[in-house]
Design a protein around this ligand. Structure first.
Ligand code: T3D
Length: 264
């Protein structure tokens, strides 16, 4: 097994980033957090990457902050969050490519926040989700206070945060914390197949869609309508749109990846 804490694997437009500290359920240390953020920044600039998948090695997704590291560090909590988790979560939300969090096992604390920050959240049957922060008398961070109440409502979010109870994959699906629960034995293959489906979509238009949805979270309807008009102008002038129209008229499948490659 590699000693790198973030593994990168690019296959057919799908970049899989694997958090790789399996002995600690991929508890996050600074190299892991900074490595993930750096990989997302690289992916943002690389046209060969159409979709990003974030997952974990071994039986965990991510158990949150490595608690063994906390006592030894020189930064305060706020400075540490600003330096590590916050740029990671911001980049996951702002990168204009689909990000799938493939939650293969337990996602706890900031690991749960990272799971929720995906555009598409795919859980294995063996996954679980814990807002574990209150067990060690901390406040939920890395975006959980933003994402969780939007998904489950204020009161349910507070209950999950206050009691730190483990949510099974089945209950996560019922609560809207994930889009799909997939069989554990074939999880990685099914995630790759799902990601390949997304990679065949017009990912530049999806990037603009992500931008519009992000903006709409804090805008009025009038502002959203105007922003949609502006982004539609951009999408409508793009190679993907031309390919979509041609494919429709010629009664064939669109080749969106080829359209962008051929842009020159
Ligand atoms: O700036 C800042 O740092 C603030 C940011 C904070 C963000 C946070 O994420 S705070 C929350 C930190 N995370 C936790 O409190 C979770 C602690 N872990 C657990 O509660 C449990 O391990 C789990 C519920 C996640 C999983 O339980 P289980 O029974 O499936 O596994 P386990 O046996 O507890 O853990 C397996 C190994 O992983 C074990 O090591 P060992 O005994 O086999 O050598 C355990 O110590 C290690 N491990 C799990 N979580 C962490 C960890 N080691 C370091 N840090 C961890 N967070």
């Amino acid at each position: 097994m590699s000693d790198q804490v973030v593994l990168r694997d690019l296959q057919e437009g799908v970049l899989t980033l694997t958090m790789n500290r399996p002995d600690k359920l991929n508890a996050a240390n600074d190299p892991l957090l900074l490595g993930l953020t750096a990989a997302l920044r690289d992916a943002e600039r690389d046209d060969a990457v159409r979709v990003v998948v974030i997952t974990g090695a071994g039986r965990g997704f991510c158990a949150g902050q490595d608690l063994g590291d906390v006592g030894a560090r020189e930064m305060g909590f706020a400075e540490h969050l600003r330096h590590t988790y916050n740029p990671l979560v911001s980049k996951m939300r702002s990168i204009e490519k689909p990000v799938i969090t493939a939650v293969n096992g337990v996602a706890a604390g900031a690991g749960a926040s990272i799971a929720l920050a995906g555009d598409v959240r795919l859980f294995s049957e063996a996954a679980s989700f814990i807002e574990v922060f209150s067990n060690i008398a901390l406040v939920p961070d890395s975006g959980s206070t933003w994402t969780l109440p939007r998904l489950v409502g204020w009161n349910r979010a507070f209950e999950l945060m206050a009691l730190a109870e483990r949510v099974s994959a089945e209950d996560a699906l019922r609560l809207g914390l994930c889009e799909q629960v997939l069989p554990h034995d074939t999880f990685r293959e099914e995630v790759q197949a799902y990601a390949a489906r997304l990679a065949a979509r017009p990912v530049r238009a999806l990037g603009l869609t992500k931008r519009a949805l992000n903006r709409a979270m804090t805008s009025t309807l009038e502002e959203a309508l105007e922003y949609e008009a502006q982004l539609q102008q951009v999408a409508g002038e793009g190679a993907e749109h031309r390919e979509g129209i041609s494919a429709f008229l010629e009664k064939r499948r669109p080749d969106f990846a080829g359209a962008v490659t051929g842009e020159g």
